[in-house]
Structures are given as C-alpha cells and as structure tokens.
Design a protein around this ligand. Structure first.
Ligand code: F6P
Length: 325
C-alpha cells in the first residue's frame, strides 16, 4: 500500500510531528509514503508536486512549527475540474490512501474529492482553531492557546501599570474556542466570540461599572470575525460612544508559529500512528476523521464529522463572566 500525506490550510504547530508519525509508522509497516507539497495545490495544479518520503526526511522535525510539506489554500478544489485533476494526480502518484492534516476547509476538500476518487481518505485534524468535527482537540490548538496566553499575561503587566482597558484579538476563524480558552486561562474580564451576538452597549456599561468599582484594568479577548467587528473597530466604537480609552493588540499569525507543546506533539504522534493503522486495517477502503474523544483515539466517518462541525461548549464563555466578578 502507498500512502499520500499532505498538510493543508492554515499550518498549525504539531503538523510536523504528525507527518513524522505517519512516515515512520508506514515505513515500519512496509508501506511507501509520498509527500504532497502545498496541500491540495500540490495535486490540483497542472503537474503533481510530490516527493517520496523516508525516515531521514522526517528526522529532527518533531519539535518544529510550520510544516516541511508546506501548506496552501486551493480555490481549484472548489471546482469539478480541480477535484478531477487532484484525483487523477493521486492515481498518477500511485496513492492508495490520502492522509490530510488540516482543518475544516481541508475536511470539506476531502469530502468533495469523494465523488472523483475511490481511494481512501483520512483527515488528521490540525488547526489552531479547534473547529473540527470528529475530535475534542485539533493538533496545534494547545500551542496556539499557550502562545495567546503568554501574550495576555504580558499585556496584563503593562495594562496594570496604567490601569488600562485592552482589547486582545485572537484568531479562530468562526470558532471562539481559542478566545474562550485564552480568556479563562488569562483571567480576562470579557470575551467576545462569533457564536453569540455581541451587545456593545452592555459591554461598555460593564467596563464603566468595573472602573467605578475600582477595577483599573480590563482585558477583553476578542475572537476574530465577531459580529460586532474586529478589535480595532470595537475599540473605535467604545471610544466614540462612551469615551472609553482602550489599547488594542492583534495577536495575528504569532499564534500559528512556534514549537509545539508536549500535548500537541503527543496528540499528533497518536493520530499519525493510528491513521496509518486504520489505512492498513481497512485495506484503504476508508473515508474518516481520526480524533480524540475523552482522551481515546477514535474514528468518525468523514460525512458525519463534516456535519458535526466545530463545537464550543457555550457554558465555557460564561465562566469568564463568572470569574471576573
Ligand atoms: O485556520 C487557521 C487560521 O489561522 C485562522 O485562525 C485564520 O482566520 C486564518 O487561518 C488566517 O488565514 P491566512 O493565514 O491565510 O491569512
């Protein structure tokens, strides 16, 4: 059996650890592995961009952020022609099972490929957003969370020195998991997420009330793509309408890079090994997401995981309000 492995969409710390686990397990089982470069771009383009991988290709990468296979966003996969080309290039490369490490967009790309490709497809959820069905945690979420937390701790130092209100914008696309996690762990006073409508008037009142009660510093964690706008826009609104003086810090792509935490390395290694075994046990007849549920590695059919989507426990956001009182 020959496996194809690729990383697709926003890179996340731990992707390299997953590639390493896939390649080492496959070689140990006498399977061949081909690396597909730049995600779907490496197969949906005119000529396939692939390379054979061996044990040496994955040595000394476990601890590195980013991805040795590079990543990409591939609009061609939104077209029938692009998907047909991707399937043809997978056949040309002799791939029996495609193992894709990526997030929601990658999952949807795999689902779309199903109509054109009769080989196996396995998604290893890898994204800082933690917005995938079929798993409690995605590879990279823990590292990004700790990176955001480190920044929030630093921001609190300077915020306290001036008794300031800070808006800290974190990534997450349309999922507030990163924001809520960082807000709880960082002791933020407020968190704003896309899953719930944001009432800016109420936010302003709470901030003013807090100041009256003697709370000098407030940290508001803002998830990107909130319905009220991004952090600079919300800061502008608070200033114009309530004369609240704020400072803004947009953490941006710093959250995507850096050495993966131990948790992300372990998760990536577990999912990599499991995915290869699944490919072998099913003899390639598989379309699934491998993930963790209550710390057990599990398989979820791809179609089911696509429907499930990301899931943020709504009660978690309430903790932020409860604990800032
Ligand atoms: O999906 C990961 C992610 O970092 C999101 O949190 C963010 O919205 C997006 O990717 C940014 O994408 P890009 O790096 O293409 O600007």
């Amino acid at each position: 059996m020959r496996l194809g492995v690729m990383t697709s969409g926003g890179d996340s710390p731990g992707m390299n650890a997953a590639i390493r686990a896939v390649v080492r397990t496959a070689i140990h089982q006498d399977m061949g592995v081909v690396g597909i470069m730049r995600g779907f771009l490496g197969i949906a383009c005119d000529a396939p961009d692939v390379k054979d991988l061996d044990t040496d290709s994955v040595s000394n990468i476990l601890q590195r952020g980013g991805t040795i296979l590079k990543s990409g966003r591939c609009p061609e996969m939104l077209t029938e022609e692009g998907r047909e080309r991707a399937a043809a290039h997978l056949r040309e490369a002799g791939v029996d099972v495609l193992l894709a490490i990526g997030g929601n967009g990658t999952m949807q790309g795999l689902q779309a490929l199903l109509n054109h490709w009769n080989g196996g497809l396995i998604l290893l959820p890898g994204t800082i957003d933690n917005d995938c069905g079929g798993t409690d945690y995605t590879i990279g979420y823990d590292t990004a969370l700790n990176t955001a937390l480190d920044s929030i701790d630093r921001i609190r130092d300077t915020a306290e020195a001036f008794d300031r209100v800070f808006l800290v914008e974190v990534m997450g696309r349309h999922c507030g998991a990163l924001a809520v996690g960082a807000a709880i762990a960082g002791g933020a006073e407020e968190v704003i997420i896309p899953e719930t409508p944001t009432d800016l008037e109420a936010l302003a009142r709470r901030l003013i009330e807090g100041q009256k009660l003697g709370r000098g510093t407030s940290i508001v964690v803002v998830s990107e793509h909130d319905d009220a706008g991004n952090a600079p826009e919300i800061a502008g609104w608070l200033g114009e309408n309530y004369s609240i003086d704020t400072r803004v810090c947009v953490l941006g792509h710093t959250q995507r890079g850096g050495r993966p935490t131990a948790d992300d390395r372990i998760l990536a290694s577990r999912l990599g090994v499991y995915a290869v075994r699944l490919a072998q046990e099913t003899q390639g007849r598989v379309a699934a997401v491998v993930g963790v549920r209550s710390d057990k590695v599990v398989t979820t059919p791809l179609a089911e995981a696509v429907k499930e989507g990301g899931h943020l426990d709504p009660g978690l956001a309430d903790l932020v309000a409860e604990l800032s009182r």
